[in-house]
Each structure stands twice: as C-alpha cells, then as structure tokens.
Design a protein around this ligand. Sequence first.
Ligand code: ZN
Ligand code: ZN
Length: 256
Amino acid sequence: MNLVALPAFSDNYIWMLHDGRSAVVVDPGEAAPVERALEVHALKLAAIVVTHHHADHVGGVDALRSRLQGPVYGPARERIPKPYVPLEEGDSIELFGTRYTVIDVPGHTAGHIAFYGEPAGEPPVLFCGDTLFSGGCGRLFEGTPAQMLRSLTKLAALRDDTRVCCAHEYTLSNLRFAKAVEPANADLLKYLAHCEALRERGLPTLPGTIESERKVNPFLRSSEPEVIESARRHGAANDDPVTVFATLRHWKNEFR
Ligand SMILES: [Zn+2]
Ligand SMILES: [Zn+2]
C-alpha cells in the first residue's frame, strides 16, 4: 500500500492511499492536487474520507465527485457536503481490505473523527485531521480543553509504530514551542534537528509515529514534571492535567 502526502494550499496535506490502481484521499480541501496525482499514477478514485467540516478539508469534495467511484465518508455530527456516509465511534470502514475504525476526537471541532487501521504486514495508519499534529495539537474552536485532552489521550494509546497522518505541516513551529516548554527534553531536541533537516530538503516531516509523539509532544505530556513546572510558570493554577493542557494551549496561541 502506498501512502502519499499531497501538499495543498500553503501547509495542508491531503493523504492518499493507493495500490497502483485505485486511490482513497483524506480531507481534500482542494481538488487540483488530487486530480494531478490521479492522472500521474493513472488511478481511479475509490473513496473520499473526511475528518471534520473545515473548508480546507472538504473544499474539494464536490469537485471530485464526477471522478469518484465510491462513497464519501465523514463525521455524523458535522455539516459535510452531501451525500456522504455519516460515521461515529464504533463504526468502521474498509479500505483496500483493511478495516479502519472511527474514533470520536472532539475538541478542534465538536464532531471531529479520526480513522485508524492496521494494514497487514505494515505499521498502523492514523488519519487524525487537525486533532493531533506532530509536536502539537489543533486549536480549540468548538471544544473544551478537557474534551481535547481526552481525544488526544485516546490517540496516544494507539500502537507505538502507528504512522500519524496529520493534515498540516506545522511541525517546526510546534517543536519550537515544545522546546520552550521542555528545554531539557533530549528526544525533542533530536527530533527538532531531524525535522529541520527534512524541511531544508523540502520534504514532509510526516507521518511521525505515536511513539515519538509521546516523547516530544507537550500536549501528550501534561503529566510530566517538567511540563507541569513550565505550565505553572505560565499561569496554571494547579497540577491537574486538564489545567496544564489548557495553559499550554493558551500559551501556544500567543507563542511566536
Ligand atoms: Zn480544522
Ligand atoms: Zn485544517
């Protein structure tokens, strides 16, 4: 199975799974990059998968329908271009013979979902939209810190080798913030250097893995002593993980 990140807009990725004949795309915010990739690899479009309702994730859906030979899958509790198959936690879909389970991950938007599958003989794949980013997480447009932390905790519990397919290339700015939170985290400093080298060569930093996110992403580390201490210095009133998480999220919004 081929897993490709198609760059879109200024920093989006539209993830494409293909087997050399058919393709599935995730969060096509615009149609053109998908159409080009289908032509270059001579692929049929077998399905479209959507994680949440933002325009940079659904904007290309209707323009792709004329080539689409299968369903559009999307979150049950959000406004997605119709017709589509509404999904929520407990549902699953089959893509290329692999079952992808749906995980409810509210926080960035109220009905955001993620898709997790374990293709035979390959590391698992997670399509998490704007919930978990490498080194960071989505802004809380429609949810509470407690909801988002619960959502991220579900994703952090997935298999170590899970390939984390996020929808934006925000990694370097996220890791620079992470470094401000945990300046002594050696794994983080190493990962930042690795990602800087990738970006210098124009390559995506994604997909990362759940194992490395657990080591470097401060939003998955709100129970770590150094993270708590930093949050306390930035206004956290106590050591509670939700308080620490909320403080980090607020701090990140202002961080330059
Ligand atoms: Zn979004
Ligand atoms: Zn987005």
